[in-house]
Design a protein around this ligand. Structure first.
Ligand code: F6R
Length: 638
């Protein structure tokens, strides 16, 4: 059997968090690294129990958070001989009503991600049954509890956390002593699930869930949380008081619970967000900026008006000790912020570029704008895109995925019916129309329907790029294969994806690359597209032409860089704001009733404008000029 390394967690109870934190937590650089360590802890437990000839009873969760843990457990089984023969599992929850063979069921999820790939005995798997009759649910839940007890209780419980603060499906209001039962899902939980159910109306209203007391009885609890969307609830859970409004806070009373979180999910914790308030800091340039922008916001004064007293009153005396006095420091930080602003994102010819974010040479740059979906380019950087074209650069667009799953069936049917008028005899179009008219809820589209949906998005992109003044031969549709599953769940990146990324970079030999550095889109596509770029850059970085290539990251429709992170800020005139809006309007399939709205009900163009206006406002409040809108970028060094 393999030799698992010591687990990297400090024991619960002896941790060094700040006075605000009421839960043991460990912050990791990435969710992949963290998931491997959690999987290792589970594997070690399974082996220890097996060596003692005992069963290992695991409480398991579904959702996006544990996927990589299961992936690693499967790898340990396949490559290192980890056996699940002594494992008994109890899943936290299941939608109700729900058939086990439905692809949205937790039953399906668990088999797809774990059970089908390991040697667990089928009779040792327990997942609440979503087909149980209403009048039998109560007794079923009592029996589920009994089964856990008979198995010897949970040795280990894996958890995710919902934006409502739920663990399992224990929604706000759940009682401390609750046991396995039927529960009505919170609206926010249903919204979060709506994209995998292809619409809110398809999400069940109820579920069967283990209770808080069931979870609390587990001997060990590990809660996973990844990404910025979880940052607020993680902060409330770890730093807030115990309350039924945030059921995960009940874990504060557990003797052996650890929150395993990534940097993004930890970003609202006091020691991460404002570390100078709770500990002595190593004052890096980025931290200085972060602290001073925070101070300016707190005391509502622009940077140049901050006084020694403001610094001292707000817990930043240590920075003054290091820097001397406020005035010098203010000027330094003010200048560095001002240097980020440029109306020449491709560099300004014939100008001193020492105080600008981009080089002036070569004057006419070759540029690739990578866009994960067919509309992220204009949503996230439409104004900058416009300037780059206007300023004479050779701009290429590379759409990484087809975005086909986000086109509604109604839209596709409309296009198919129009095509049928033009080619009345086409059997292919007839089959598409027939499929769409009779499509069952959640049925996976045929290849031809996916193709049609992809073509609709392609035509929209071309409409927008022509409007922005880019010729069609500079527009590249990469259709990365990892995306083409026809479902919300995508494949892992393969060599073919990376080869496609490499070949477009090799073909253009760009001086600038723009890409989505947005790690929090609902389905993770942006993150995968960014990983694909990073892998391509790693392969190509020794090429001579790459020495002259700078990479700028914009963020997608969900979050924006904060001022202390921004290295290039491109202001937009009111006219450019309108031009950008029109470019976004070309993406008609994503307007009005969007398939994957996420938890923000604003349309994409409204989100984009609000966001660009808000960045401009933040700059103004810090003491910069008053612009209508600003797009923001962070440089990536490779
Ligand atoms: C899943 C479950 C839920 C999820 C939570 C987070 O079995 O009980 O509590 O853990 O909703 O979901 P993800 O991981 O998808 O963000």
């Amino acid at each position: 059997m393999s030799n698992f390394k010591e687990i990297n967690f400090q024991p619960a109870g002896q941790f060094e968090e700040t006075r605000f934190e009421k839960n043991h937590n460990v912050i990791f650089e990435s969710s992949s690294e963290a998931s491997k360590i959690v999987a290792k802890e589970i594997a070690t437990l399974i082996i220890t129990k097996s060596n003692e000839d005992k069963k290992c009873v695991l409480g398991l969760a579904t959702g996006s958070s544990p996927i990589k843990v299961y992936e690693e457990l499967v790898r340990l089984h396949k490559e290192e001989g980890l056996s699940f023969a002594n494992v008994i599992t109890f899943n936290l929850d299941e939608y109700w009503p729900m058939r086990p063979d439905n692809i949205q069921s937790y039953h399906y999820f668990m088999h797809e991600h774990l059970f089908n790939h390991v040697d667990i005995l089928p009779e040792n798997i327990h997942i609440p049954n979503g087909t149980i009759k209403q009048e039998e649910v109560y007794q079923y839940c009592v029996d589920y509890e009994l089964k856990i007890k008979e198995a010897g209780g949970l040795d280990f419980q894996l958890l995710g956390i919902g934006r409502t603060g739920h663990i399992g499906f224990n929604e706000p209001g759940s009682h401390y002593n609750s046991s396995t039962r039927s529960i009505t899902l919170d609206h926010i939980t249903r919204e979060d699930a709506s994209s995998s159910f292809l619409g809110l109306d398809n999400v069940p209203r109820k579920a069967i869930t283990m209770g808080i007391s069931t979870i609390k009885k587990a001997k060990r609890v590990v809660l996973l949380a990844w990404g910025e969307t979880k940052a607020k609830v993680v902060q409330r859970t770890i730093e807030g008081d115990i309350t039924s409004k945030v059921p995960a806070t009940y874990l504060q009373n557990h003797q052996n619970a650890t929150f395993v979180i990534d940097k993004a999910a930890a970003s609202e914790l006091t020691r991460i967000k404002t570390p100078w308030l709770v500990t002595s800091c190593v004052w890096t340039e980025e931290l200085k900026k972060k602290a001073i922008f925070w101070l300016s916001n707190k005391v509502k004064k622009p940077i140049l008006k901050l006084t020694d007293k403001d610094y001292n009153d707000k817990g930043m005396a240590s920075l003054l000790v290091e820097e001397g006095n406020a005035y010098e420091l203010n000027i330094k930080i003010f200048n560095s912020l001002q240097k980020t602003i440029t109306g020449w994102p491709g560099g300004k010819p014939n100008a001193d570029d020492s105080k600008r974010p981009e080089r002036k040479f070569p004057e006419r740059k070759r540029i690739i704008i990578f866009s994960p979906h067919p509309d992220d380019d204009v949503i996230s950087m439409g104004g900058t895109f416009d300037r780059l074209v206007e300023q004479g650069h050779e701009v290429h667009l590379a759409y990484q995925t087809s975005g086909n799953i986000a086109v509604s069936d109604e839209d596709a049917l409309r296009f198919a019916e129009v095509s049928k008028v033009l080619s009345p005899g086409s059997e292919r179009i007839g089959t598409i129309i027939n499929f769409l008219r009779n499509k069952k809820t959640n049925e996976i589209d045929t290849l031809d329907v996916r193709k049609l949906k992809g073509e609709i998005r392609k035509a929209e992109s071309l409409g927008a790029t022509r409007y922005m003044g880019v010729s069609d031969e500079n527009v590249h549709f990469l259709n990365l294969p990892f995306y083409e599953t026809g479902r919300v769940k995508k494949d892992n990146l393969s060599k073919i994806d990376i080869d496609i990324m490499c070949s477009i970079i090799e073909e253009v030999k760009p001086h600038q690359i723009y890409a989505a550095g947005d790690l929090a889109d609902p389905h993770g596509t942006h993150k995968v597209c960014l990983d694909a770029l990073f892998e391509a850059l790693a392969l190509l970085k020794t090429e001579t032409y790459m020495k002259d290539c700078w990479v700028w990251l914009y963020r997608g429709a969900w979050f924006e860089w904060q001022p202390h992170e921004i290295e290039m800020a491109v202001p937009m005139s009111p006219d450019q704001v309108v031009k950008k809006r029109h470019a976004i309007f070309y993406h008609q399939s994503q307007k009005d009733k969007v398939m994957f709205q996420g938890n923000d009900t604003r349309e994409f163009w409204v989100r984009a404008e609000d966001r660009n206006r808000s960045t401009a406002e933040k700059y103004r409040k810090l003491g910069m000029a008053d612009y209508a809108a600003v797009e923001a970028f962070k440089r990536h060094y490779f």
